[in-house]
Design a protein around this ligand. Structure first.
Ligand code: GLN
Length: 460
């Protein structure tokens, strides 16, 4: 399957603006009026929205040409863009002749950018879905702070985590798109109000990204990495140090628990969000009479059993269970507590306090006590696996790819994945068609989106 689900041929009415003449693809879980918006699910494969998402309207109003809708894992649930009603997304990269994972769930957007089909693309990032495919296809992926970009018209997966993100070949291009989209939207109840945006802008800004204090969560991270990613991470850190930046070891005690918490919280929200796809109000409904006495199955179960793919059904069941009265205390509430701890961990290490937390404790989590400006981690623990390897993996093994992207998602922080060249010795072992970069993740304090982009440009 191509990365593109639908082409859009509507001309752009505006010919001026910061995105004039730029072609941009949109992940197919962001609604557009000119083509169906499917979320790659049979459930809504012929649904066309009566309105455009706010981010789509903004792109157009800045002169962009919206060229296509891109493939994804159904409803954004996945890390390889293989679980789509339209078939898997194929990465342009191969390892010894075998196709590699494009990453997911915004794999279609990443591949469209990597292949030069579009100038940039929008994705959504709930726990890493923009950053992971960016890392595995050699492009830039930026997830802004939660609440900056409008979610009006974004098909929900897990509302408290869902964030519109940007994929592009250069960090500067991601910034141009971000600046066009970074406005308050009264239609999105989680859009940060103007007063908060002003408070963020008024904070004492660092003058520039020169002489950064970079947090390196070494102890846990190093043991998790494949040798290729570890080599790329080390050489990136060394070159940053050689350019005058300071590396500061930091603790990340909740990283491992963060992944567990995410895979409880995200399915819980998903099970609630997806309850509306019942075959009655809209969307797919199996043919035949409403009542199914012979099968002894109500319409709701048949519709959802046939409409949703296996992974989506797994998440719905998991979420419904962890929200049930007997499991709530052991799972959902514990996961909420871990989410708080993850947020506190970040607040402790950043020099900047969190603009939304009144009594933020900052600057005590590193050895110097001064706090760090950004944190640098690899985006994923491994290079993209082959599709054959992915097919052998259990669901839990697939979830492991999100171990570094999930913590900033739980805390709503800005994070960018930037491709860096693999060391020559690593490249020598890879075939000509293999990916030659690894993604490095820059994480910033809430609202420090510009600093994250500046730091990403330094790493680039
Ligand atoms: N891989 C993660 C998941 O399946 C992240 C998905 C996303 O960010 N949309 O939940």
């Amino acid at each position: 399957m191509n990365a593109i689900i639908n082409e859009i041929n509507t001309p752009t009415p505006h010919s001026t603006g910061s995105l004039k003449g730029k072609t941009i693809a949109i992940k197919d879980n962001i609604v557009t009026t000119s083509t169906p918006t499917t979320a790659a699910s049979k459930t809504i494969h012929n649904y066309t929205s009566p309105f455009d998402a706010t981010v789509v309207e903004l792109l157009r109003s800045h002169g962009a040409s919206i060229s296509s809708k891109t493939n994804l894992d159904e409803f954004g649930m996945g890390s390889h863009s293989q679980q789509s009603f339209f078939g898997p997304t194929v990465s342009p990269f191969k390892r010894h002749g075998v196709a590699l994972s494009a990453g997911g769930s915004s794999g279609g957007s990443a591949v469209a950018v990597a292949q030069g089909q579009v100038w940039a693309a929008l994705g959504t990032d709930t726990g890493g879905s923009v950053r992971l495919p960016a890392a595995w296809t050699g492009v830039v992926g930026f997830k802004p702070s939660y609440g900056l970009l409008s979610r009006w018209g974004v098909i929900q997966y897990a509302n408290s985590l869902d964030t519109v993100g940007i994929l592009s070949r250069r960090v500067a291009d991601a910034r141009t798109v971000f600046e066009a989209l970074n406005v308050f939207d009264s239609q999105d109840p989680t859009s940060l109000p103007r007063s908060v945006r002003q408070r963020i802008a008024a904070r004492k800004e660092r003058n520039s990204a020169k002489g950064l204090r970079i947090g390196v969560p070494t102890s846990y991270i190093i043991s998790e990495l494949s040798p290729a990613v570890r080599a790329a991470y080390s050489s990136t850190l060394t070159s940053l140090q050689n350019s005058g930046h300071t590396l500061i070891p930091i603790d990340s005690p909740t990283t491992q628990q963060a992944l567990l918490a995410y895979y409880i919280l995200a399915p819980a929200e998903a099970s609630s969000n997806l309850a509306k796809y019942d075959g009655i109000r809209y969307g797919f409904r199996p043919p035949g009479p409403d009542a199914r006495p012979k099968l002894n199955m109500p319409l709701y179960a048949t519709t959802r059993g046939q409409g949703f793919g296996d992974e989506v059904q797994r998440r719905i069941l998991l979420g419904a269970y962890t929200l049930s009265s007997e499991a709530m205390g052991n799972y959902f509430l514990q996961a909420q507590k871990i989410r708080r701890l993850v947020q506190q961990d970040f607040d402790r290490v950043f020099a900047m306090s969190h603009p939304l937390h009144d009594n933020a404790t900052s600057s005590t989590g590193d050895e110097s006590g001064k706090g760090v400006d950004i944190i640098l981690t690899p985006t994923a623990p491994i290079l993209p696996p082959t599709i054959e390897e992915v097919e052998q993996q259990s669901a839990v093994e697939r979830y492991m790819n999100d171990v570094f992207t999930v913590p900033p998602s739980l805390a709503g922080l800005p994070a960018a994945s930037v491709p860096v060249a693999l060391p020559v010795s690593v490249q020598a072992e890879l075939g000509a068609d293999d990916v030659k970069t690894a993604g490095m993740q820059v994480i910033g304090q809430f609202g420090d989106d510009e600093l994250v982009l500046e730091a990403a440009e330094i790493v680039e």
